[in-house]
Design a protein around this ligand. Sequence first.
Ligand code: PAF
Length: 283
Amino acid sequence: MRIIRTTQALRTWRRRHDPLRTSIGVVPTMGALHAGHRSLIKRARRTCQTVVVSIFVNPLQFGPTEDYRRYPRDLSQDLACCREENVDLVFIPKVDTLYPHDFQTTVAVKSLAQRWEGEYRPTHFQGVTTIVTKLLNLVRPAHAFFGQKDYQQFCVIRQLVKDLDLDTRITLCPTIRDADGFALSSRNHYVTPSQRQRALALYQALSAGKAAIAGGMRRADLVEQKMAKVLDARHGLAIDYLACCDARTLEPLARLRGTVVLLGAIRIGGIRFIDNLIVRIRR
Ligand code: PAF
């Protein structure tokens, strides 16, 4: 497994890689790799001849009061995971490699990035789209893989790639959950068992919404009420949003049809949890 730390070395590697013969897949990560990342890497391994993983805690996507310094970092464990998953190349840049002192360009997607998470984390997606653009430019992969856990992030990146004519196919991979349904996330490192127990209500609420739709409910306000009822029954939990949206545009729906995404975000003791479920309505 090759490890590259500079953009210059990455460009040299990429130039030597014949794009006609091999397909390159990239899995962008911020490290603290868990089973969710492993499933992205496995998917890349099945799809592509060469698998690149980037590990970079991107300061640009953290707000001033967010957890950039506290974000879990464990490089030796991450490298062991990449070796086990047969990754070909790991890119581990330093902050000043990607953002030198004179850095001054960012990439922003408009309305899709401004709603839901964008309302609570106004600079977040601009940080994500800037780093993802840089990574896609450096690696020039045929494929890039993202988890459904951050569904809005996936939609924003898909829009970015379309709008900027980037030659990479963006693949959405399923959320990996514990047996009880709790979605895996690197930030779970600092969730206490009692917070985890309460946060599980978000998945239960979304599942209640999904069950209501399966039972024939088509009014979004009623489905949202069903989901809110599950959360309202728990103490010490604040709802940021719970919504039934069009799965492509993320616009809230009044009447449910087609492919719908149920989006939710809650806060427990200063920690935010997000989750979502996609529901396909046939008639
Ligand atoms: O999903 C993440 O871990 C990050 O937002 C990403 C896509 C690696 C960009 O820093």
